[in-house]
Design a protein around this ligand. Sequence first.
Ligand SMILES: *[C@@H]1O[C@H](CO)[C@@H](O)[C@H](O)[C@H]1NC(C)=O
Ligand SMILES: *[C@@H]1O[C@H](CO)[C@@H](O)[C@H](O)[C@H]1NC(C)=O
Ligand SMILES: *[C@@H]1O[C@H](CO)[C@@H](O)[C@H](O)[C@H]1NC(C)=O
Ligand SMILES: *[C@@H]1O[C@H](CO)[C@@H](O)[C@H](O)[C@H]1NC(C)=O
Length: 490
Amino acid sequence: MAMAAIARVSELPLCLLLLCLLLPCLAHARVNSVPELENRMYATLQGSPCVRWLNLTGELGCGNPRRTLAKAPIRTADNALDSPAAVLVPSEKAFREFVDRFGDNENVIGVLVGNGSRVAAGDSDDVQFPQSQFAPYENRAWIWNSVGSGLMQRRFNFPVFLLSPESTVLAQKLASENADNGFKRPTNAVEFGDIMQTTKSETYTSESCLRDLSCLPLGGYSVMSTFPAVNVSAPVTKPVVVAMASMDAATFFRDVAPGADSPMSGVLALLAAVDALSRIDGFNEFPKRLVVLVFTGEARGYLGSRQFLAQLKKGNFVDYGLTTSSIKQVVEVGSVGQASQSTFFAHKQATAASASTQQILESLRLSAAATSSTVKLANAANPGIPPSSLMTFVHNDPSVAGVVLEEFDTAFSNKFYHSQYDDKSNVNTTAIAAAASILARTLVMLASDNTDSPILKSIQVTLLCSQLPLFNRFVLDNLVCFLSDFAPHL
Ligand SMILES: *[C@@H]1O[C@H](CO)[C@@H](O)[C@H](O)[C@H]1NC(C)=O
Ligand SMILES: *[C@@H]1O[C@H](CO)[C@@H](O)[C@H](O)[C@H]1NC(C)=O
Ligand SMILES: *[C@@H]1O[C@H](CO)[C@@H](O)[C@H](O)[C@H]1NC(C)=O
Ligand SMILES: *[C@@H]1O[C@H](CO)[C@@H](O)[C@H](O)[C@H]1NC(C)=O
């Protein structure tokens, strides 16, 4: 399978991913030192880059292979491109229109994308069937993500930065000064920080660049936790119920991927459910053990779940009582932050009909009924499960009993999937709390093999950040405070 790699930039803190701006010397006052001169000549634009991604067969994203220094006068996209230019476009939508027309134009030295407002109809940098190559079914033409532009899959040979709001204002001012004086010297020019823009020559695939140390491998930490905790000096193997979610999003501009609905709403629901379960007794007596998994790297080729199953097969989790044959049921929480009227959809593989699968579906249905929500079985016309970590599990074992809980039925309801705009305004905390309650009850029913367990009565799901310190590690600090302010105890 393809392995992706990223151009050498990761060591740099975000604040260094800057653009330098070459300004004409405006002041006539005396300059006393070189740094002072530099300060007068340069201003810094703050932006987030589109970076170069490499896979086994080629390159995606943005790079600067032709030049060692990318520097040119700044201008807006409405002027004719008759000389080298750093082009300022107002928004990501305008950027897509621009590159459709001028993407191959040699005069494009670099592009600055302004902080345009989001398009109400939707915007997604991913394709219409994200990561379809991992689907455990034939139909790859299915449209899960109807607004997908596929921008993430494109390749550009010039740097592209998303500007901060303040820098957008400054860039607009500089571009209009240039236009006003007819691009006569001295002009305002942009010099792109190119540290991260150039791949060491001749390493155009992940394999060769990793060998040459001209890029870094993709990676990260996934998290596993067991209920009850396993005594590693005397592990007991029990049948396992897996509850899982993924925690990373991806967009065209690597560092602007809030992923509030997809996938963070699912992570928040899962952590709130687990938090509730951590405060009840009885798991020791249940016939099944609960294993909670939160994967990273899923948005870039399901790296986390594939690594987990690879290590499971090697026997690396035997000390945790976990082997390939112990996993009986898998419940995944996908995007749940937009469930309207607290209605969710349970997705399973079309062929999955085992008693274990039925038990998951029935537990979800009963749990919803007990918490004033609804869980419906997803449309039978769907080709199979939507893009999810469960795809990895089905590939590993087609007979696995697995269900993905989602806010949507036949296509994403998230109009900003894998977009810079999938922020907290894109989720409804009531829906996340409802999903958490359904999950907590479902997991008790499955682990206890009892839909009427007395323990169900003691489940208290809350979305309070003080009880979920893990939240602080995620991008959504503001969402968390929002949750603690408004989410009721359920
Ligand atoms: C790898 O990159 C090549 C070249 O851009 C692209 O055509 C191909 O679709 C990519 N493969 C995957 C799995 O994304
Ligand atoms: C971009 O940011 C500026 C400065 O904060 C703000 O005035 C403007 O409304 C923003 N533009 C959009 C389209 O959000
Ligand atoms: C773990 O297992 C060891 C070996 O059987 C035992 O001595 C120890 O008491 C167990 N620890 C707990 C916390 O049960
Ligand atoms: C969130 O969903 C609830 C229940 O469906 C609804 O009453 C509420 O208005 C929604 N909140 C927002 C901000 O859309």
